[in-house]
Design a protein around this ligand. Structure first.
Ligand code: ADP
Ligand code: ILO
Length: 342
Protein backbone atom coordinates (compact mmCIF):
# COMPACT_ATOMS: atom_id res chain seq x y z
CA UNK A 1 0.00 0.00 0.00
CA UNK A 2 1.43 3.38 -1.09
CA UNK A 3 0.89 6.80 0.42
CA UNK A 4 -2.23 8.22 -1.28
CA UNK A 5 -1.98 11.30 -3.45
CA UNK A 6 -4.41 14.09 -2.55
CA UNK A 7 -5.10 16.81 -5.13
CA UNK A 8 -3.88 20.28 -4.18
CA UNK A 9 -7.40 21.65 -3.69
CA UNK A 10 -8.29 18.84 -1.25
CA UNK A 11 -9.18 20.19 2.22
CA UNK A 12 -10.37 17.02 3.96
CA UNK A 13 -9.19 16.37 7.50
CA UNK A 14 -7.81 13.07 6.18
CA UNK A 15 -5.46 14.89 3.79
CA UNK A 16 -4.44 17.25 6.60
CA UNK A 17 -3.61 14.60 9.20
CA UNK A 18 -2.50 11.59 7.17
CA UNK A 19 1.08 12.77 6.87
CA UNK A 20 3.65 10.37 5.34
CA UNK A 21 4.95 9.77 8.89
CA UNK A 22 1.50 8.85 10.28
CA UNK A 23 0.88 6.71 7.22
CA UNK A 24 4.12 4.79 7.81
CA UNK A 25 3.21 4.07 11.43
CA UNK A 26 -0.33 2.89 10.58
CA UNK A 27 -0.13 1.27 7.16
CA UNK A 28 0.28 -2.32 8.35
CA UNK A 29 -1.95 -2.15 11.43
CA UNK A 30 -5.15 -4.16 11.73
CA UNK A 31 -7.88 -3.83 14.32
CA UNK A 32 -9.15 -6.74 16.42
CA UNK A 33 -11.69 -7.59 13.67
CA UNK A 34 -9.12 -7.23 10.88
CA UNK A 35 -10.08 -3.74 9.63
CA UNK A 36 -7.20 -1.97 7.84
CA UNK A 37 -6.02 1.60 7.32
CA UNK A 38 -6.70 1.18 3.61
CA UNK A 39 -10.37 0.48 4.38
CA UNK A 40 -10.61 3.33 6.90
CA UNK A 41 -9.35 5.97 4.42
CA UNK A 42 -10.84 4.64 1.18
CA UNK A 43 -13.79 7.04 1.15
CA UNK A 44 -11.60 10.12 1.58
CA UNK A 45 -9.08 8.90 -0.99
CA UNK A 46 -11.76 8.16 -3.61
CA UNK A 47 -13.58 11.41 -2.82
CA UNK A 48 -11.13 14.27 -2.30
CA UNK A 49 -14.09 16.62 -1.75
CA UNK A 50 -14.80 14.85 1.57
CA UNK A 51 -14.91 17.07 4.63
CA UNK A 52 -13.55 14.32 6.87
CA UNK A 53 -12.63 11.29 4.75
CA UNK A 54 -12.36 8.46 7.30
CA UNK A 55 -14.69 5.80 8.72
CA UNK A 56 -14.19 3.27 11.51
CA UNK A 57 -14.83 -0.42 10.82
CA UNK A 58 -15.17 -1.31 14.48
CA UNK A 59 -14.74 0.23 17.93
CA UNK A 60 -11.07 -0.78 17.91
CA UNK A 61 -10.40 1.42 14.84
CA UNK A 62 -10.31 4.51 17.08
CA UNK A 63 -7.40 3.37 19.33
CA UNK A 64 -5.64 1.42 16.56
CA UNK A 65 -5.57 4.38 14.17
CA UNK A 66 -5.36 7.00 16.96
CA UNK A 67 -2.50 9.02 15.36
CA UNK A 68 -4.93 9.76 12.50
CA UNK A 69 -8.29 9.61 14.32
CA UNK A 70 -7.39 11.75 17.36
CA UNK A 71 -6.43 14.95 15.51
CA UNK A 72 -9.49 14.60 13.25
CA UNK A 73 -11.72 14.18 16.31
CA UNK A 74 -10.03 17.12 18.02
CA UNK A 75 -10.47 19.46 15.07
CA UNK A 76 -14.09 18.48 14.38
CA UNK A 77 -15.44 18.42 17.95
CA UNK A 78 -12.83 20.53 19.76
CA UNK A 79 -12.22 17.41 21.91
CA UNK A 80 -8.68 16.98 23.29
CA UNK A 81 -7.09 13.48 23.26
CA UNK A 82 -6.92 13.43 27.10
CA UNK A 83 -10.59 14.50 27.54
CA UNK A 84 -13.37 12.15 28.57
CA UNK A 85 -16.91 12.29 27.20
CA UNK A 86 -19.86 12.55 29.60
CA UNK A 87 -23.40 11.54 28.76
CA UNK A 88 -26.51 12.95 30.36
CA UNK A 89 -29.50 11.01 29.14
CA UNK A 90 -30.99 10.33 32.53
CA UNK A 91 -33.66 12.98 32.56
CA UNK A 92 -34.99 15.87 30.58
CA UNK A 93 -32.92 18.67 32.12
CA UNK A 94 -33.60 20.86 29.17
CA UNK A 95 -35.48 24.08 29.88
CA UNK A 96 -37.21 25.14 26.70
CA UNK A 97 -37.39 28.67 25.42
CA UNK A 98 -40.37 29.71 23.30
CA UNK A 99 -38.56 30.22 20.01
CA UNK A 100 -41.22 30.87 17.43
CA UNK A 101 -44.57 31.58 19.14
CA UNK A 102 -46.39 32.40 15.88
CA UNK A 103 -44.96 29.39 14.03
CA UNK A 104 -43.57 31.65 11.32
CA UNK A 105 -40.01 30.33 11.04
CA UNK A 106 -39.58 26.79 12.34
CA UNK A 107 -41.19 24.20 10.11
CA UNK A 108 -40.11 21.05 11.93
CA UNK A 109 -37.81 19.68 14.61
CA UNK A 110 -35.86 16.43 14.58
CA UNK A 111 -33.47 14.83 17.05
CA UNK A 112 -31.61 11.65 16.18
CA UNK A 113 -28.96 9.58 17.85
CA UNK A 114 -26.75 6.93 16.25
CA UNK A 115 -26.18 3.61 18.02
CA UNK A 116 -24.40 0.34 17.20
CA UNK A 117 -24.72 -3.01 18.93
CA UNK A 118 -21.93 -4.01 21.30
CA UNK A 119 -19.72 -6.77 19.97
CA UNK A 120 -20.36 -6.28 16.24
CA UNK A 121 -18.17 -4.52 13.67
CA UNK A 122 -19.52 -1.20 12.35
CA UNK A 123 -21.04 -0.69 8.87
CA UNK A 124 -17.73 -0.50 6.95
CA UNK A 125 -16.46 -3.75 8.51
CA UNK A 126 -19.53 -5.86 9.22
CA UNK A 127 -20.15 -9.15 7.36
CA UNK A 128 -23.36 -10.00 5.56
CA UNK A 129 -24.36 -12.56 8.20
CA UNK A 130 -23.59 -10.21 11.08
CA UNK A 131 -25.62 -7.41 9.46
CA UNK A 132 -28.63 -9.71 9.09
CA UNK A 133 -28.24 -10.80 12.71
CA UNK A 134 -28.20 -7.16 13.85
CA UNK A 135 -31.33 -6.42 11.78
CA UNK A 136 -33.10 -9.41 13.29
CA UNK A 137 -32.22 -8.47 16.89
CA UNK A 138 -33.21 -4.84 16.44
CA UNK A 139 -36.44 -5.70 14.66
CA UNK A 140 -37.53 -7.99 17.48
CA UNK A 141 -37.08 -5.22 20.03
CA UNK A 142 -38.73 -2.55 17.92
CA UNK A 143 -41.88 -4.52 17.30
CA UNK A 144 -42.71 -4.70 21.02
CA UNK A 145 -42.34 -1.00 21.82
CA UNK A 146 -45.29 0.29 23.85
CA UNK A 147 -47.87 3.10 23.61
CA UNK A 148 -47.29 5.92 21.16
CA UNK A 149 -43.94 4.39 20.14
CA UNK A 150 -45.43 1.18 18.80
CA UNK A 151 -45.31 0.66 15.06
CA UNK A 152 -44.06 -1.54 12.23
CA UNK A 153 -40.74 -2.45 10.70
CA UNK A 154 -40.49 -2.16 6.90
CA UNK A 155 -37.60 -4.02 5.22
CA UNK A 156 -36.14 -1.92 2.42
CA UNK A 157 -36.00 -4.92 0.09
CA UNK A 158 -39.79 -5.30 0.27
CA UNK A 159 -40.68 -1.63 -0.07
CA UNK A 160 -42.36 -0.38 -3.25
CA UNK A 161 -40.36 2.25 -5.16
CA UNK A 162 -43.18 4.82 -4.92
CA UNK A 163 -43.40 4.43 -1.11
CA UNK A 164 -39.65 4.73 -0.81
CA UNK A 165 -39.68 7.91 -2.90
CA UNK A 166 -42.41 9.48 -0.85
CA UNK A 167 -40.77 8.57 2.51
CA UNK A 168 -37.50 10.14 1.30
CA UNK A 169 -39.28 13.24 0.00
CA UNK A 170 -41.02 13.70 3.36
CA UNK A 171 -37.69 13.40 5.23
CA UNK A 172 -38.53 10.10 6.94
CA UNK A 173 -36.21 7.71 5.09
CA UNK A 174 -32.50 7.78 4.24
CA UNK A 175 -31.42 8.46 0.67
CA UNK A 176 -29.83 5.64 -1.28
CA UNK A 177 -26.41 5.43 -2.89
CA UNK A 178 -24.43 7.94 -0.81
CA UNK A 179 -21.06 7.93 -2.61
CA UNK A 180 -19.04 8.48 0.60
CA UNK A 181 -20.68 5.48 2.27
CA UNK A 182 -20.37 3.45 -0.93
CA UNK A 183 -16.60 3.97 -1.00
CA UNK A 184 -16.36 3.16 2.71
CA UNK A 185 -18.00 -0.23 2.11
CA UNK A 186 -21.12 0.63 4.13
CA UNK A 187 -23.52 -0.04 1.24
CA UNK A 188 -22.37 -3.64 0.58
CA UNK A 189 -25.25 -6.09 -0.09
CA UNK A 190 -27.74 -3.20 -0.33
CA UNK A 191 -30.73 -3.32 0.37
CA UNK A 192 -30.41 -6.56 2.34
CA UNK A 193 -30.67 -6.12 6.12
CA UNK A 194 -31.75 -2.48 5.81
CA UNK A 195 -35.09 -1.08 6.83
CA UNK A 196 -37.10 1.51 8.64
CA UNK A 197 -39.38 1.30 11.65
CA UNK A 198 -41.97 3.97 12.33
CA UNK A 199 -44.93 4.49 14.60
CA UNK A 200 -48.40 5.40 13.38
CA UNK A 201 -47.84 9.17 13.57
CA UNK A 202 -44.37 8.94 11.99
CA UNK A 203 -42.94 10.99 14.83
CA UNK A 204 -40.75 8.15 16.09
CA UNK A 205 -38.57 6.28 13.60
CA UNK A 206 -35.56 3.98 13.55
CA UNK A 207 -33.30 3.50 10.52
CA UNK A 208 -31.66 0.10 10.55
CA UNK A 209 -28.24 -0.62 9.02
CA UNK A 210 -27.69 2.62 7.17
CA UNK A 211 -24.50 4.48 8.18
CA UNK A 212 -24.91 3.18 11.72
CA UNK A 213 -26.82 0.08 12.78
CA UNK A 214 -29.47 2.25 14.43
CA UNK A 215 -30.44 5.83 13.88
CA UNK A 216 -33.10 6.53 16.49
CA UNK A 217 -35.20 9.50 15.46
CA UNK A 218 -37.88 11.65 17.03
CA UNK A 219 -39.40 14.37 14.84
CA UNK A 220 -42.50 16.46 14.42
CA UNK A 221 -43.83 19.59 12.75
CA UNK A 222 -43.22 22.89 14.54
CA UNK A 223 -40.59 23.98 17.03
CA UNK A 224 -41.38 22.08 20.23
CA UNK A 225 -37.86 20.78 20.93
CA UNK A 226 -38.84 19.65 24.41
CA UNK A 227 -41.59 17.33 23.19
CA UNK A 228 -39.33 15.84 20.50
CA UNK A 229 -36.57 15.23 23.06
CA UNK A 230 -38.94 13.69 25.62
CA UNK A 231 -40.11 11.15 23.03
CA UNK A 232 -36.52 10.29 22.13
CA UNK A 233 -35.59 9.75 25.79
CA UNK A 234 -38.60 7.52 26.31
CA UNK A 235 -37.64 5.39 23.30
CA UNK A 236 -34.01 5.14 24.41
CA UNK A 237 -35.08 3.97 27.87
CA UNK A 238 -37.07 1.14 26.30
CA UNK A 239 -34.44 0.13 23.77
CA UNK A 240 -31.65 0.13 26.37
CA UNK A 241 -33.45 -2.45 28.47
CA UNK A 242 -32.84 -5.11 25.80
CA UNK A 243 -30.11 -3.82 23.49
CA UNK A 244 -26.55 -3.14 24.61
CA UNK A 245 -24.85 -0.41 22.60
CA UNK A 246 -21.15 0.01 21.81
CA UNK A 247 -19.88 2.60 24.29
CA UNK A 248 -16.40 3.80 25.18
CA UNK A 249 -15.38 5.55 28.42
CA UNK A 250 -13.48 8.23 26.50
CA UNK A 251 -15.36 8.53 23.20
CA UNK A 252 -18.95 7.86 24.32
CA UNK A 253 -21.21 6.07 21.84
CA UNK A 254 -19.17 4.54 19.04
CA UNK A 255 -20.21 5.35 15.48
CA UNK A 256 -18.77 4.63 12.06
CA UNK A 257 -18.07 8.30 11.29
CA UNK A 258 -15.90 10.20 13.79
CA UNK A 259 -18.21 13.23 13.47
CA UNK A 260 -20.94 11.28 15.27
CA UNK A 261 -19.01 10.01 18.30
CA UNK A 262 -19.98 10.94 21.86
CA UNK A 263 -23.65 11.75 22.08
CA UNK A 264 -24.10 10.68 18.43
CA UNK A 265 -26.88 13.23 18.56
CA UNK A 266 -27.94 15.67 15.88
CA UNK A 267 -30.73 18.03 16.92
CA UNK A 268 -32.05 20.09 14.04
CA UNK A 269 -34.75 22.44 12.92
CA UNK A 270 -35.94 23.14 9.43
CA UNK A 271 -36.22 26.90 9.50
CA UNK A 272 -37.18 29.60 6.99
CA UNK A 273 -34.54 32.32 6.92
CA UNK A 274 -34.94 33.77 3.41
CA UNK A 275 -33.38 37.16 4.24
CA UNK A 276 -30.56 36.05 6.49
CA UNK A 277 -29.77 33.28 3.99
CA UNK A 278 -28.77 36.02 1.53
CA UNK A 279 -26.32 37.51 4.04
CA UNK A 280 -23.89 34.64 4.20
CA UNK A 281 -21.31 36.33 6.45
CA UNK A 282 -23.81 37.30 9.14
CA UNK A 283 -25.54 33.90 8.88
CA UNK A 284 -22.27 32.00 9.34
CA UNK A 285 -21.13 34.30 12.16
CA UNK A 286 -24.21 33.42 14.21
CA UNK A 287 -24.11 29.69 13.52
CA UNK A 288 -20.38 29.52 14.32
CA UNK A 289 -20.87 31.36 17.62
CA UNK A 290 -23.46 28.78 18.73
CA UNK A 291 -21.54 25.74 17.37
CA UNK A 292 -24.19 25.10 14.73
CA UNK A 293 -24.02 23.66 11.24
CA UNK A 294 -26.05 24.63 8.18
CA UNK A 295 -27.33 21.88 5.89
CA UNK A 296 -29.72 21.89 2.93
CA UNK A 297 -33.35 20.85 2.98
CA UNK A 298 -32.62 17.19 2.14
CA UNK A 299 -29.83 16.75 4.66
CA UNK A 300 -26.08 16.69 4.30
CA UNK A 301 -24.67 17.49 0.87
CA UNK A 302 -28.01 18.97 -0.28
CA UNK A 303 -28.93 22.57 -1.04
CA UNK A 304 -31.40 24.95 0.53
CA UNK A 305 -34.75 25.60 -1.16
CA UNK A 306 -36.87 28.74 -0.78
CA UNK A 307 -34.67 30.02 2.04
CA UNK A 308 -35.30 26.96 4.23
CA UNK A 309 -32.28 25.55 6.05
CA UNK A 310 -31.48 22.59 8.30
CA UNK A 311 -29.75 24.04 11.36
CA UNK A 312 -28.19 21.60 13.85
CA UNK A 313 -25.42 21.13 16.39
CA UNK A 314 -21.97 20.54 14.91
CA UNK A 315 -20.30 19.10 18.03
CA UNK A 316 -21.48 15.75 19.35
CA UNK A 317 -18.49 14.66 21.45
CA UNK A 318 -17.38 16.35 24.68
CA UNK A 319 -20.76 18.04 25.12
CA UNK A 320 -23.79 16.67 26.92
CA UNK A 321 -27.18 16.19 25.33
CA UNK A 322 -28.79 19.10 27.27
CA UNK A 323 -25.86 21.33 26.24
CA UNK A 324 -26.51 20.48 22.59
CA UNK A 325 -30.16 21.47 22.97
CA UNK A 326 -29.14 24.65 24.75
CA UNK A 327 -26.75 25.60 21.88
CA UNK A 328 -29.45 24.88 19.31
CA UNK A 329 -32.07 26.89 21.18
CA UNK A 330 -29.83 29.92 21.76
CA UNK A 331 -28.58 29.81 18.17
CA UNK A 332 -32.04 29.51 16.64
CA UNK A 333 -33.26 32.34 18.85
CA UNK A 334 -30.42 34.53 17.54
CA UNK A 335 -31.11 33.50 13.93
CA UNK A 336 -34.80 34.38 14.18
CA UNK A 337 -33.92 37.70 15.81
CA UNK A 338 -31.50 38.52 12.97
CA UNK A 339 -34.07 37.52 10.31
CA UNK A 340 -36.66 39.81 11.92
CA UNK A 341 -34.20 42.73 12.00
CA UNK A 342 -33.44 42.60 8.29
P1 ADP B 1 -28.70 12.57 9.70
O1 ADP B 1 -29.37 13.61 10.47
O2 ADP B 1 -29.36 11.28 9.91
O3 ADP B 1 -27.24 12.59 9.95
P2 ADP B 1 -29.21 13.80 7.03
O4 ADP B 1 -28.57 15.13 7.16
O5 ADP B 1 -28.95 13.04 5.79
O6 ADP B 1 -28.74 12.77 8.14
O7 ADP B 1 -30.76 13.96 7.25
C1 ADP B 1 -31.62 12.88 7.15
C2 ADP B 1 -33.04 13.29 6.79
O8 ADP B 1 -33.62 13.98 7.88
C3 ADP B 1 -33.10 14.24 5.60
O9 ADP B 1 -34.22 13.90 4.81
C4 ADP B 1 -33.34 15.58 6.25
O10 ADP B 1 -34.00 16.52 5.42
C5 ADP B 1 -34.21 15.17 7.41
N1 ADP B 1 -34.24 16.18 8.48
C6 ADP B 1 -33.20 16.63 9.19
N2 ADP B 1 -33.59 17.56 10.08
C7 ADP B 1 -34.94 17.70 9.91
C8 ADP B 1 -35.94 18.50 10.53
N3 ADP B 1 -35.66 19.35 11.52
N4 ADP B 1 -37.21 18.36 10.11
C9 ADP B 1 -37.53 17.48 9.12
N5 ADP B 1 -36.63 16.71 8.50
C10 ADP B 1 -35.36 16.80 8.89
N1 ILO C 1 -17.58 11.11 4.80
C1 ILO C 1 -18.22 12.34 4.44
C2 ILO C 1 -19.31 12.72 5.43
C3 ILO C 1 -18.83 13.06 6.80
C4 ILO C 1 -19.85 13.48 7.82
N2 ILO C 1 -21.19 13.05 7.55
C5 ILO C 1 -21.72 11.88 7.88
C6 ILO C 1 -23.02 11.58 7.30
N3 ILO C 1 -21.21 11.11 8.61
C7 ILO C 1 -17.16 13.44 4.40
O1 ILO C 1 -16.04 13.21 4.84
O2 ILO C 1 -17.49 14.54 3.89
Amino acid sequence: MCYPKFPEECTSLLSKYLTPEVFDVLKDKRTSTGFTLNQAIRSGVEHPDSGIGVYAGDADSYPTFAPLMDPIIEEYHGFKPHSCHKINLKSNHFIPKILDPEGKYILSTRIRVGRNLKGYPLGPGISREQRLEVAQKVRQVLTVLPDDLSGMFYPLSEMEASIKRSLIKDHFLFKEGDRFLEAAGVNRHWPEGRGIFHNKDKNFLVWVNEEDQLRIISMEKGGDISSVYARLLKALRHLETTLEFEFDERLGYITSCPTNLGTAMRASVHIALPKLGERKKQFHRITKKHHLQIRGIHGEHSTSKEGIYDISNKRRLGVTEPQILHDLTEGVYALIHAEKQI
